[in-house]
Design a protein around this ligand. Structure first.
Ligand SMILES: C[S@@+](CC[C@H](N)C(=O)[O-])C[C@H]1O[C@@H](n2cnc3c(N)ncnc32)[C@H](O)[C@@H]1O
Length: 209
């Protein structure tokens, strides 16, 4: 698998450590906590969040080069020193290239819902993917997910319901009201304009599987 880490100025093959994992400390040049956004799209969330939390390292990944280029145009070299972008298709193999217990937070905002039943197998959030995310999250690490798609919401809630190593922060598994310091993404705005309100989910890793 070829991964490209992209910075404001240049594209380069990323440094992997001796275990063939992302050398996160080397990439950011410090030991600050690391938050990962999967499917950053046009980058509204990552770019604002990084300004709000300068002492957190933000790694944004997206499979589409066009999206990465859009984000690069918006990044300010000085103000966004805590942002790095990676073009890669994320799947359960994430546990191979990200160190175990190394991420404090993971955000997945408006993942493609693949609404047709025959396409459900393409959905990002699957049992094996949650297993992989639980490996890379630290204990008490947080996974935030948002989608406007009700059936995908129920799919996600069902997957987490029987797991004993994650708890939901929300009694019903979701809330419809944005939480404090919410950042609205391109997709959230688009779907709201079409009349679809998001479901917000928040899970905390409370143990190993
Ligand atoms: C529906 S858009 C949402 C973008 C953004 N999060 C937002 O809320 O506006 C989904 C994004 O995820 C990216 N994506 C989809 N599947 C992916 C995967 N498996 N790995 C990395 N990126 C993915 C797509 O390229 C796209 O930019």
């Amino acid at each position: 698998m070829e991964k490209i880490l992209i910075e404001k100025r240049d594209f380069f093959k990323i440094n992997m450590d001796s275990d063939n994992q992302l050398d996160i400390k080397n990439i950011f040049g410090n030991d600050n906590p690391v938050h990962l956004e999967i499917g950053s799209g046009r980058g509204e969330f990552l770019i604002q969040k990084a300004l709000n939390f300068p002492d957190v390292n933000f790694l944004g990944v997206d499979i589409k080069e066009k999206r990465i280029k859009t984000m690069l145009r918006k990044l300010d070299l000085e103000k966004h020193a805590n942002v790095k972008l990676l073009r890669v298709l994320v799947d359960e193999n994430i546990k191979k290239w990200i160190k175990a217990n190394s991420l404090e937070k993971i955000y997945i905002l408006h993942p493609d819902p693949w609404p047709k039943r025959k396409h459900h197998k393409h959905r990002l959030i699957q049992e094996s993917f949650i297993d992989a995310l639980s490996k890379v999250l630290v204990l008490n690490g947080i996974l935030e997910i948002a989608t406007d798609h009700e059936e995908y919401t129920n799919w996600i809630i069902k997957l987490f319901k029987d797991r004993c190593n994650f708890i939901s922060h929300f009694k019903d598994g979701f809330v419809r009201t944005p939480q404090e310091s919410h950042i609205e993404t391109y997709f959230e705005t688009k779907k709201r304009n079409e009349g679809f309100e998001p479901f917000f989910m928040k899970y905390e890793k409370i143990g190993e599987k």
